[in-house]
Write a protein that binds this ligand. Structure first.
Ligand SMILES: Cc1ncc(COP(=O)(O)O)c(C=O)c1O
Length: 403
């Protein structure tokens, strides 16, 4: 019997025809005509910032996630800073977070003069592993900052349990997880404070924007002051009350979100449900096709969560491939698939290495995952053909480099 060697299609990186003719980004916004019209109306109104749309967006967002309060910020990073302040993180204190995240999660602790302490992640979800947390808690620990990586909620019940035992605040970084559910409840209604981002690659955009949701009135009050220079009233209320008097009661920032942005947010919120449904549909198609490809490990989902799928990060099984991640990454980019890598672990960035002496090897699960991660394009505006292009390209590249 003659053996026929599998035919291997020439990769674009080697001069072959790319899987698609134009670059498919890893994420992008969808702006409809009704979004544009609503923003134009606000531009013609009396209020460009901190007018009626801010309160309307905050109320609608709080209702959507099922929280009592929502406080908007100029971006997710500012919202994290606000939450770190409200949690009382201060100089000499510590907060525990995941190394596999965007630097902003840990930076907000530094903004407050505190020290980020990293706990390694769980190998299946790539979320912070609660088992590693208790041994890191000291008298200086103030907060836990789990990240809902890729839109899969962290183990929130364990986080809240540990927090209750040690009187800590849980600040959940849900910048990836608008609309995700944990044990049947929407993210945003569970942790002491939950932080969201409205960057254009997210499920809902305001250009730049962020939000903190909470059920705690004191936190909400502090957050409102913090994002407005530490001032206890806002300009619109003072105008309504014919008042000039205001008091600055704490050192805050100008982290306000504009009425223009909140108008866009309000329109985008009406489409969140369908955007989430589309992302879940794409994830299901990816998972069903990619789990059959040797060398590709699809993201795992625990039974008690419903992901929001901000990202769809595959991991490579390098034992089944003849090249490393960067080679696969370059090959997919050449196929015009806009892959990305989330994330370079925070402690490996030069700033963290220099300031805290990290050398690599401290968080083996996160570092090992990083070596093998590739985020595939994931956004609600992707067409079925876009999804197919991604699957074709991954299949082509993985079979080319199969061992
Ligand atoms: C996990 C995580 N935290 C925080 C942020 C910061 O959000 P923003 O870009 O709105 O400042 C991001 C941004 O993408 C993020 O992915």
């Amino acid at each position: 019997m003659t053996m026929v060697a599998p035919t291997r299609e020439a990769l674009a990186i080697h001069g072959g025809t790319p899987a698609r003719s134009t670059l498919l980004p890893y994420g992008r916004q969808t702006i409809d005509e009704d979004d544009v019209q609503a923003v134009v109306e606000t531009l013609r109104s009396d209020w460009l910032t901190t007018g009626p749309k801010v309160a309307e967006f905050e109320e609608a967002f709080a209702a959507w996630v099922g929280a009592r309060y929502a406080v908007s910020f100029s971006n997710g990073t500012a919202a994290l800073h606000g939450a770190a302040f409200a949690a009382g993180i201060a100089s000499g204190e510590e907060a525990i977070t995941s190394p596999l995240t965007f630097a902003a999660t840990a930076n907000c602790i530094l903004y407050q003069g505190g020290t980020p302490i990293f706990a390694d992640i769980a190998a299946d979800t790539l979320n912070i592993d609660p088992d590693g947390i208790p041994s890191l808690i000291t008298s200086r620990t103030k907060a836990l900052l789990p990240v809902d990586y890729a839109g899969r909620p962290a183990d929130l019940e364990r986080m809240l349990g540990i927090a209750a035992e040690h009187e800590l605040t849980v600040i959940e970084d849900a910048c990836h997880a608008i609309g995700a559910e944990y044990r049947g409840r929407r993210v945003g209604s569970i942790s002491h404070m939950t932080v969201f981002s409205f960057h254009p690659v997210k499920h809902l955009t305001t250009g730049e924007g962020g939000m903190v949701t909470t059920n705690n009135e004191k936190f909400a009050d502090t957050l409102r002051k913090f994002r407005n220079h530490g001032i206890s009233s806002n300009a619109r209320d003072r105008q309504r009350q014919a008042q000039y008097h205001y008091e600055m009661v704490l050192l805050g920032f100008n982290y306000r979100l504009t009425d223009i942005a909140c108008t866009l947010g309000l329109r985008q919120l009406t489409k969140l449900r369908s955007n989430l449904a589309r992302r879940r549909e794409i994830a299901a198609r990816y998972t069903s096709a990619l789990q059959k490809i040797p060398g590709i490990i699809v993201p795992s989902v625990r039974d008690d969560v419903l992901p929001a799928w901000h990202l769809y990060p595959i991991r490579l099984d390098l034992s089944q491939l003849s090249v490393v991640r960067d080679e696969i990454f370059r090959a997919l980019r050449a196929e015009n698939i806009g892959v990305n890598v989330h994330y370079i672990p925070v402690h490996l960035h030069p700033y963290y290495r220099e300031r805290f002496g990290y050398r690599g090897g401290e968080f083996p699960v996160a570092e090992n995952a990083y070596q093998r991660l590739i985020s595939l394009p994931m956004f609600h505006g992707m067409t079925d053909d876009d999804v197919q292009d991604v699957l074709d390209a991954v299949g082509k590249v993985a079979s080319y480099f199969a061992r």
